[in-house]
Design a binder for this molecule. Structure first.
Ligand code: PLP
Length: 376
């Protein structure tokens, strides 16, 4: 009855691409809990407080029906104020928020130009959306411009949309946003910036790398709550008209149970911690500096400069073997393989969080250098 599934899984296994869930173990060099908030006292207290205030766990329905709760509304107005946008719209996760943006906003006749390394959730939205889309080489702002120019010359009449991440999840690098906005201004384009990995970590008060472009009427940002903010959820920050359009037209918003008001209440505290407490951010920045120089010195690998340190290996099996060896030594490091990353660029993705300290980073890079020497 399930032969199709079985043969597909066998084929994945044959290519060394079969995945399985495994328990958490080892020192955390894998999570996106960059500020160490997920298990923090602050968020535990926020949860206890939400219980004491009687905040419901479940929303009971769509936001457009009875599911709308004052905690959602409060969270959204606080997020809009923090991220410097007109409005915020809160979703159950960043994936579904990205899906909502790209499946709903670009209209027939528009063109979306996206970085080739854009997240899977954007691709999902593009496939379900009604506009044409095209990928351009990673971080090549000139290619965004050239693509729009070509499209206009060929008779493209709609609106161009430019889609990037502010900090790429598997590469830890960033596009030049000032140049991207110059391209956008030239072509009256909308810019959609996925800040998932920058939220809480980068920019003034952790507002992200698009903070310098806050409040413009051609910018939409996505901020996620499941990474540095330590909870779960995603915000679309946008001009009011776009929020109103999403509320009326975004199927993932309309036809889904609203996120938990309880989690919304905890996320309000996470935003407040992120806004007011730069100590965690500063500590992470120091760790990033330290780890970068250790990676260069011990492993001869150029660091990305951010809290996401890719170690590109190439072949899937070699990356998996290296990760397994580090796991045996007690480090939770995972191999990231295609299709999450392009073919031939399987890698270790080392994520720095406040769940580790400098001494553990030194241990990791000593082990990595040794394992890489053995494998060579
Ligand atoms: C760049 C990027 N965008 C969006 C998402 C999806 O966000 P979430 O995990 O909150 O659904 C992720 C996380 O996996 C991501 O890395």
């Amino acid at each position: 009855m399930h032969e199709g599934f079985e043969s597909d899984l066998r084929e994945l296994a044959g290519r060394g691409r079969l995945r399985a869930l495994c328990e958490r173990s080892g020192v955390d060099f894998t999570s996106n809990d960059y500020l160490g908030l997920a298990e923090s006292e602050e968020l535990r207290r926020a949860a206890a407080d939400a219980v004491a205030r009687g905040v419901p766990v479940g929303s009971g329905g769509s936001r457009l029906l009875r599911g709308n709760h004052p905690e959602h509304e409060a969270l959204e107005s606080e997020a809009a104020a923090y991220f410097g946008a007109d409005t915020a719209l809160y979703f159950g996760g960043g994936y579904i928020a990205n899906f909502a943006i790209f499946s709903t906003l670009p209209q027939p006749g528009d063109l979306i130009v996206h970085d080739e390394l854009i997240h899977a959730s954007v691709h999902e939205g593009l496939r379900r959306g009604r506009a044409d889309f095209v990928g351009v080489p990673h971080n090549d702002i000139g290619a965004f411009n050239a693509t729009v120019v070509r499209w206009r010359a060929a008779g493209g009449k709609g609106r161009p949309w430019l889609s990037v991440e502010s900090l790429y999840s598997m590469d830890g690098d960033s596009p030049n946003l000032a140049e991207l906005f110059a391209v956008a201004d030239r072509h009256e384009a909308m810019v959609v910036i996925d800040e998932a990995h920058a939220t809480g970590v980068l920019g003034p008060q952790g507002r992200g790398l698009a903070a310098a472009f806050e409040g413009r009427d051609n910018v939409i940002t996505l901020h996620t709550c499941g990474k540095a903010l330590g909870t779960v959820g995603g915000f679309i920050l946008a001009p009011r008209i776009i929020r109103d359009f999403l509320v009326n037209r975004a199927r993932p918003f309309i036809f889904a149970t609203a996120p938990s008001p309880f989690v919304a209440a905890i996320t309000r505290v996470a935003l407040e911690v992120s806004r007011t407490n730069s100590e965690r951010r500063d500590r992470l920045a120091r760790l990033v500096q330290f780890a970068g120089s250790e990676l260069r010195r011990r492993c001869n690998i150029e660091p990305s400069g951010s809290q996401i340190l890719p170690v590109i290996i190439g072949a899937d099996q070699a990356a998996v073997a290296l990760a397994a060896s580090l796991q045996r030594r007690g480090f939770d490091i995972r191999a990231i393989r295609p299709p999450t990353v392009p073919e031939g660029t399987a890698r270790l993705r080392i994520a720095l969080t406040l769940n580790v300290n400098e001494a553990i980073v030194v241990d990791l890079f000593k082990a990595l250098a040794e394992d890489m020497r053995k494998a060579a």
